[in-house]
Ligand binder design. Sequence first.
Ligand SMILES: Nc1ncnc2c1ncn2[C@@H]1O[C@H](COP(=O)(O)OP(=O)(O)OP(=O)(O)O)[C@@H](O)[C@H]1O
Length: 397
Amino acid sequence: MGELSVIKNPAALTPDFIPPRLVDREEQMSTLKMIFDDYIKSPGSFYARALLVGSTGTGKTITSLKFKEYASRSSTVRFIYVPCWTHRTMHSAVRHIGESLKMSIPRRGFSSDELLEIIYDYLKDNDMYVIIVLDDVFHIVNNSGADSLGLLIRFYDEHIGEHDYHFSLILIDRDESLLDKLDAGAKSTLGRNIIKFPPYTKDQIYEILRDRAQEALHQGTYNDEILEMISDVTGARDGDGGRGNAKQAIEILWKAALTAQQQGSRRILPEHVRVAIKNTLPVHVGELKGMDLHEKLFLLAIVEALRKKRDVPYVTFGEAEEEYIMLCERYGLRTKRSHGQLWHYLKDMEGTWRIIETRLSGKGMRGRTTLISIPYESLNVLAQELTRILDYELAVR
Ligand SMILES: Nc1ncnc2c1ncn2[C@@H]1O[C@H](COP(=O)(O)OP(=O)(O)OP(=O)(O)O)[C@@H](O)[C@H]1O
């Protein structure tokens, strides 16, 4: 029997894939269009420059690629994309620009400034107009210094009077600290054209995943709750840096789908997602031993309630509480914690121990109730560990 296939189009889960639609980046896209429209419609008319900033996985690269699609439709302006993690010095970046134009660039003997002049003359002689994208430009600043970038940003200061702007510039960086490293002139020009990419919220990540899953996975191999489980752990949360990264979310979806497929499952199950999350996120789950006895019991109750569901990654607070009461009885504990205390434990498990995630139920359920999931660890591993600790602690009491 052949392997059951979950993944329909693996290419759609790779970083190179360009999705048909961008989720919630209309504002950034329209600012880009505003800054560059004159350059695109009347090439050479002025020097357009923009700085795209945002933490990793917030869609800066993909937005610049979508902008390229848009601009290429309506004009003769060409794009030259420079991945600065490959071309880490100004010299290497400028060579790459020349090579993209099919120029024969001498290997030695020219500084990057001289090469840039040669490229500029070539563009002028051939009546060509380009938009240069320097992605992750901090590599160049780190290796060649901010001055070399400053010279590029103010390139036409030396060519005043020509009014023949043959290239424009899009810079991409993780934060705005770049500006402080530039000279005053470059800083003020670029500072006026900053486009910010905030981290994605849970809902935005969910939408990105839904679109991606439709492209990449067979119908019926996943459901909304699987995608929600991934958005819960990757979507931005107030005051929690490092989240809101779409790249990580897509990677988790890919790993979960692959695990499901390798295990011969027809569908992605919550346990596949847990393994994928554990392999992707640098999450440190707190030492369970440090928890209160009844907090551990309540956590085991959540684990057991989730294990009964298998296909569904969430249990309600009520279901967890019922399971907790049964567990207390099984362990012969007469004094149980109150509803309010259990609620307090829940907040602690989410905020301090970082082992659960909660969300409010959406439509389809009567009223709004708190849904609990455990995305960071396999349920079997947790159940074993908790039972071992509890058996010991209760035996020695
Ligand atoms: N708004 C979006 N809609 C659909 N897919 C998106 C969106 N934003 C990001 N993605 C996807 O998430 C992944 C990461 O996006 P991208 O590479 O553009 O991030 P980035 O901000 O450039 O990250 P880095 O700083 O690490 O280079 C890509 O696979 C991209 O297709």
